[in-house]
Design a protein around this ligand. Structure first.
Ligand SMILES: N[C@@H](CCC(=O)N[C@@H](CS)C(=O)NCC(=O)O)C(=O)O
Length: 216
C-alpha cells in the first residue's frame, strides 16, 4: 500500500488530512508544494490537481483532491469506519458539521484570517471592517454552539471523535490563535480545548501562523 499526500505545513486543508492520517496511524509520503500560487500553479501540480489547490492524496494509482472528500475516503477505506458512522442519522450529523465548516464558517472566517495572518490588505488597516467580519463569524459560531451536543455526549463535534473533528481542528486552532472570544460559546470553548490537545493533533498540526491583532 502506498499513500502520498501533496501538502504544505501551513495549509489548513492539508492539516485536516494529516490529522486523520495520524489518527489512523497510516504512514505516507509527504510532498511539499509551495503555496500562494508558487508550486500549486506549476504545470506538474496542475496535472495532478486541476484546481491547483492543496491537499491531494494519491492512494496507489488513485488520485483524490478536496480535503473533506479525502477524509471520507480514508475513513471508509483505511479502517476508520467508526470515524464516519454508517447509520444514516449519525452520518448526517457528521456531514452537517463538515458542511457547516465548508459552506458557512470558512467563507466567513477566511477574510478575517487573511487580515490577521496574511497582512491583507497591504499598507492600510480597517479595524471597523475587521470587527464586522468578526461579528459575522460570531453569528455562525452561535449556530455551531446550538448544534453541538451536550458535553456529556463525548465532547467532540457530534459526541464521539469523528472526521468532522479532523476537519474543524485547523479552523478552531486559528480561532484560538486569533484570540476570538468564546465566552458566549461555552460548548465551542470546551470542544476546542479538548480537540486541540488531542495527541494526534498536537503531533500533526504543523507550525503556527504569525498573528497581527487589531489596534485599539
Ligand atoms: N476545497 C478545497 C480547498 C483547498 C484550498 O483552498 N487549499 C489552499 C490551501 S489551504 C490552497 O491550496 N491554496 C492555493 C495556494 O496557496 O496556492 C479543499 O478542501 O481541499
Amino acid at each position: 500500500m502506498s499513500l502520498t499526500v501533496y501538502e504544505s505545513p501551513l495549509s489548513s486543508n492539508a492539516q485536516k488530512v494529516r490529522f486523520l492520517l495520524a489518527e489512523l496511524e497510516l504512514a505516507y509520503e509527504s510532498i511539499e508544494v509551495a503555496m500562494f500560487g508558487v508550486g500549486t500553479r506549476s504545470p506538474e501540480y496542475l496535472a495532478i490537481n486541476p484546481f491547483g489547490l492543496l491537499p491531494t492524496l494519491i492512494d496507489n494509482d488513485f488520485v483524490l483532491y478536496e480535503s473533506n472528500t479525502i477524509l471520507r475516503y480514508l475513513a471508509e477505506t483505511k479502517g476508520g469506519e467508526e470515524l464516519y458512522p454508517r447509520s444514516p442519522r449519525l452520518r448526517a450529523g457528521v456531514d452537517r458539521m463538515l458542511d457547516v465548516l465548508g459552506c458557512t464558517m470558512r467563507p466567513r472566517i477566511a477574510p478575517l484570517e487573511r487580515r490577521r495572518f496574511a497582512n491583507f490588505p497591504h499598507g492600510h488597516r480597517d479595524v471597523d471592517d475587521e470587527r464586522k467580519i468578526e461579528a459575522n463569524v460570531m453569528n455562525a459560531l452561535d449556530g455551531v454552539e446550538a448544534t453541538l451536543p451536550p458535553e456529556s455526549a463525548g465532547g467532540y463535534a457530534t459526541g464521539p471523535f469523528s472526521i468532522a473533528d479532523c476537519a474543524w481542528a485547523p479552523t478552531l486552532r486559528r480561532m484560538v490563535e486569533m484570540e476570538l472570544d468564546f465566552s458566549a460559546h461555552p460548548k465551542v470553548a470546551a470542544w476546542a480545548a479538548q480537540l486541540l490537545t488531542r495527541p494526534t493533533w498536537v503531533r500533526s498540526k504543523g507550525p503556527e501562523l504569525e498573528l497581527r491583532l487589531p489596534e485599539g
